[in-house]
Design a protein around this ligand. Structure first.
Ligand code: AMP
Ligand code: MG
Length: 325
């Protein structure tokens, strides 16, 4: 009898231990890539694969690495590129169209002039910007199969969408490897894979004005991607300049929004739209949301007011005003 009790006790302890918060115990892996800190919480066997996937795609899509397809296009105005790059350019063209050109991946000459690409910041004058804008406009990018070409002097930059593209690749990898639960954060842009202990993941949305959050959103199998001027900026003579450029003026975009978070199963779309809607502003952004059913959003305006679209309003914890269809 004693032996039976001891056996039952042992089984009970085993069940308790093995059933307790597996994911809480999942180790977090940190690596550097895409000019930011990347964290991955998931099975140890996949951490290295995720890291090398990011590095491989960065090698193809980076605007500064001289190994990349993008670097080649910018050096030679035309190039035959990998399938990954041609599909990325195709995605960038689509988002540019969807956002009516607010997302424009040909602003590299302008970002360069402001010094965002090398962190050598300066203020750029109106006439210089006008001349540089002559060499921008996504409509000028030609994509035929794997051949990409741009007019002389034009340069492309997938910085506004690359994290999303890579996130979608990570998501496919995790599905392929049958990983049940994982969380990856590319500099605060999060992808939640599966659930955490059977519950949705809780993702914090950063306050664009100071340390801390404006709320949290509960999601599963979703990308949560934020664009905000606070992510990269500099101040000269008391004026702040940030890295998201308004293609109409060449100046940092000031649409009345301080941050735009997109929640979508499609991380590429989420990344492109977060940048595009940051430029478009509230009214146009809401119209775009109303016309589609493949994303939701959390907007913070320049006064700190928070707006959440109805698709995720029940999953958002924090103070907000609901946006309806
Ligand atoms: P994100 O952090 O996704 O909003 O992307 C910002 C990055 O996208 C910048 O660092 C630039 O590389 C690029 N970028 C800046 N302005 C735009 C724009 N209007 N459309 C597309 N990409 C942009
Ligand atoms: Mg983006």
């Amino acid at each position: 009898m004693k032996r039976v009790v001891a056996y039952l006790l042992a089984v009970l302890i085993f069940i308790t231990v093995s059933g307790c918060n597996k994911e809480d115990e999942a180790k977090e892996y940190t690596f550097f890539g895409l000019n930011t800190v990347i964290t991955y919480k998931g099975p140890a066997e996949t951490a290295k694969e995720v890291e090398s996937l990011i590095n491989d795609y960065e090698n193809l899509l980076s605007v500064t690495r001289n190994t990349s397809d993008i670097y080649k296009i910018n050096e030679e105005s035309k190039a035959t590129v990998s399938d990954v790059t041609s599909s990325a350019v195709n995605d960038a063209l689509n988002i540019s169209k969807i956002t009516d050109g607010a997302f424009d991946f040909t602003l590299y000459p302008v970002s360069n002039a402001w010094g965002f690409t090398k962190s050598e910041y300066r203020v750029v004058g109106k006439s210089t910007l006008a001349a540089l804008l002559e060499k921008t406009g996504y409509e000028n990018v030609s994509l035929e199969g794997n051949k990409v070409s741009v007019p002389q002097g034009f340069m492309i930059d997938l910085g506004g969408i690359a994290k999303g593209i890579i996130t979608d690749k990570i998501s496919s990898l995790l599905t392929e490897k049958k990983v049940e639960s994982a969380l990856v954060s590319l500099g605060g842009n999060v992808y939640t894979h599966g659930k955490k202990n059977g519950k949705k993941w809780n993702v914090a949305i950063r306050n664009p004005f100071e340390d801390g959050n404006i709320g949290t959103v509960e999601v599963s199998d979703m990308a949560v991607i934020t664009s905000g001027g606070y992510e990269r900026n500099f101040t000269i003579d008391g004026k702040e300049y940030h890295h998201i450029i308004d293609p109409a003026t060449g100046y940092p975009a000031h649409s009345g929004l301080s941050s735009v978070t997109i929640v979508s199963k499609n991380a590429t779309l989420a990344d492109g739209l977060s940048t595009g809607i940051f430029v478009m502003g509230y009214d146009k952004g809401v119209k775009l949301w109303q016309s589609r059913d493949d994303f939701d959003m959390i907007l913070v305006d320049d006064d700190g007011k928070v707006y959440v679209t109805e698709g995720i309003s029940k999953d958002f914890k924090g103070k907000f005003t609901k946006i309806g269809k």
